[in-house]
Design a protein around this ligand. Sequence first.
Ligand SMILES: [Fe+2]
Ligand SMILES: [Fe+2]
Length: 292
Amino acid sequence: MRLAHLSDLHMLPKGALKPSLLFNRRIFGATNLYIRDWTKKAVHVVKSAMTAISHANVDHIIITGDLTNLAIEAEFEFASSVIESFGLDHTKLSIIPGNHDYYVPAAAKNRRFEHYFGKYTWGPDFDPFAQYPAVKDIDNIRLILACTPTIPPPMFSYGELGTPQMDRIFQLADNAHGRHVVLAIHHHLHNQNFLRDKTGLLKDRQQLKARLAQSSIRLVIHGHDHHEHEMVLQSKLPSGTHVLSCGSTTYQSASKRRFGRFNIYEFKENGALEVERWQSNQSGEFYLLKSP
Ligand SMILES: [Fe+2]
Ligand SMILES: [Fe+2]
């Protein structure tokens, strides 16, 4: 069983930023977009990543949020048409929301993200107002799909799982019938610099970490931090709980020599977790960076 992990695609259609839409907190995001020039090339890089994955013998793909930038309807239409073009259904692809997909209260309240992508989270008969987490049992993996974005004030991007969702996550993890449990969330669990920790953290990450320490969740995958990150938390499992971010799949900065990433995870027969790290070059073509 091989699981591909992409994140933070931040796809931007041409002409989406109409001035009339850039009110309230979107104006901050729009300003940010002019700095983040790489979002304009994101679709090319997403397609290139999916081509590489199609040749990498992968059983399931998960995207851990931030498919859009400002949660504008045109962005969702565009992002969903790109995702549709890969011809995958919920048995092959899972998608969870990031804070940019809930960027304004109306988008979150109307469940705009879920209307477009819920079929990949819950299957074809989905209810866009269904509660998270969703769960999928795929071969030897139980995949738990959670939602962390909230509606913070402008300039903040923090998130929260909340107690009911967290309770359900650990109930599902405790009844996994021997499968490897993988939890997918958007927000990271590690510390960042002071400003990022103040503005963009998962507010109940300490509670989540404390409960992970008592659980048999094998792997937590996340996005939000656009950098690759890995840590191991002590847990009931001898190997501990691995927490991994692939970084943004579409980020491109030649001056910083930092390019888009995705990961492939595989649980071996002996239970060991192997991680393949893939990175794009300046043209957006992906290659295996570091084999296990
Ligand atoms: Fe992001
Ligand atoms: Fe994010």
